[in-house]
Ligand binder design. Structure first.
Ligand code: MTE
Ligand code: CO
Length: 422
């Protein structure tokens, strides 16, 4: 395997070298310009008339050719689509920002329609002054903007006992990464005035499930956000319009959508919430709870089962995503041989705390079989564990917090499959 250093100059030399190597045939990655190509030499239908006028789609959708880049659910996972989940098509995206329209959804009682004039947020409990905010009130507080990933604690949860779902979308797609705009939770809590005994908050949504959750005050005052915009525009209905809670780095179930109430308390509310459901089974049969932080994790998004290699031999871009709830991604290693040898991938941009990081590894693929893996290392020095290492601690019967290294078996045909290596 050869690897370019990522600079344009090296890459051009690399393409030239591989063209020469295969004796004047079209080089992988670029065709020689001497053959007559009708797409170049002939006037095409799209150049023979006019295209759409400016108002054809006042709010644009992806072009029809991209119609398979959509959220998908796995029908047998849940009884209906109301209390259910679908998955982000991470195999088909690049960069780090997830467009809202294809960002996975998880609802316990469906996505509700709540108009801004009907929106209220109450802060009560152990505060000096209980307050009720309208949507307009929220817009008048000093605003902040930050990008964070949201990962459902159940992401990769079907993979504990064996390689199960055939595609990065289904194994790792309960994640999205958006640029949020809103106000800090600290600002609003300080507005109400937290009393000294106030050590926890209980947050709930306006949907029938309410998705009530307890959050320690330390986290609430640290970096939580009351968000009303995502990726520059209003939150979509399915992501909590008009207002959701953002809990950076912590499991998705705490990011309450359609946020309606924050109660300041002197302890967690266990009876009213699902905290007990979110426990992690351990190998010795006991369980642990309150594992809120999402540990460092990564996955190769392409090539992968839904994104096979279709372009033949030669230059191949291996790419994927890495993230950590404990800080920024420092480094991502990629293995082509199931973890025996590792190469350091190139980060598209330096990692940002608690946000997705894109990595690339440019290789010269000559049709050899690969056992593709990626391994994330975060700013705390934590290294993403292998499946065996994780199972040694957590056993086979866990659901939540599966952050192990994923393996794709890429065959000489370019097709890929979800497998495990010992
Ligand atoms: N908030 C409310 N009000 N109701 C819900 O059902 N689901 C939670 C969380 N917040 C939920 C909620 C879970 S389990 C997850 S993983 C995230 O929202 C999913 O957010 P998304 O639908 O924007 O992807
Ligand atoms: Co969830």
């Amino acid at each position: 395997m050869r690897q370019s250093d990522g600079t344009g100059a090296t890459r051009r030399g690399f393409l030239k070298a591989s063209a020469a190597a295969i004796g004047g045939l079209a080089a992988a990655g670029a065709a020689r310009a001497n053959a007559a190509d009708p797409l170049i030499t002939e006037v095409q239908p799209w150049a023979s008339g006019f295209g759409d006028g400016v108002d054809a789609t006042p709010y644009g959708l992806p072009i029809e050719f991209e119609s398979d880049v959509i959220r998908r659910n796995v029908e047998w996972l849940t009884a209906d689509t109301i209390s259910s989940i679908n998955f982000t098509p991470i195999h088909a995206l690049d960069g780090t920002i997830t467009p809202q329209g294809c960002a996975f959804e998880r609802h316990h009682s469906g996505a509700i329609e709540l108009a801004k004039p009907d929106y209220r947020l109450m802060i009560n409990g152990l505060v000096d002054q209980p307050l009720i905010f309208s949507y307009e009130d929220l817009e008048r507080f000093p605003r902040v903007q930050k990008t964070f990933f949201l990962e459902c604690a159940a992401n990769t949860g079907m993979e504990w006992a064996g390689a199960q779902l055939n595609g990065a979308q289904f194994t790792h797609g309960m994640i999205h990464n958006m640029e949020y705009t809103g106000v800090t939770l600290r600002t609003l809590l300080n507005e109400a005035g937290i009393q000294p005994e106030g050590t926890w908050i209980y947050v709930e949504g306006a949907d029938a499930s309410s998705n009530g959750r307890s959050i320690p005050m330390e986290k609430a005052l640290d970096d939580c956000m009351i968000a009303f915009k995502a990726n520059g525009e209003a939150l979509r209905k399915e992501h909590g319009y008009p207002v959701r809670l953002v809990v950076p780095g912590w499991e998705g179930n705490m990011w309450v959508k359609w946020l309606r109430r924050i109660e300041v308390l002197d302890g967690p509310v266990e009876s009213r919430e699902e905290t007990s459901k979110y426990t992690d089974t351990l190998a010795d049969g006991t369980s642990r709870k309150w594992t809120w932080v999402m540990d460092a994790k990564s996955v190769v998004t392409s090539p992968s089962p839904q994104s096979p290699i279709t372009h033949g031999h030669g230059p191949l871009v291996i790419t994927g995503l890495a993230w950590s709830g404990r800080g920024a991604i420092e480094r991502v290693d990629v293995s082509l041989d199931g973890g025996k040898n590792w190469q350091t991938a190139r980060l598209a941009e330096p990692g940002k705390p608690m946000a997705l990081t894109r990595f690339y590894l440019d290789v010269d693929w000559q049709g050899e079989e690969m056992l593709l893996q990626s391994r994330a290392i975060d700013s705390t020095g934590y290294v993403q564990p292998t499946k065996t290492q994780l199972r040694d601690v957590r056993g086979l019967n866990s659901i939540y917090h599966n952050n192990c290294i994923q393996t794709w078996w890429v065959r000489p045909t370019g097709e890929a499959e979800n497998v495990e290596v010992s």
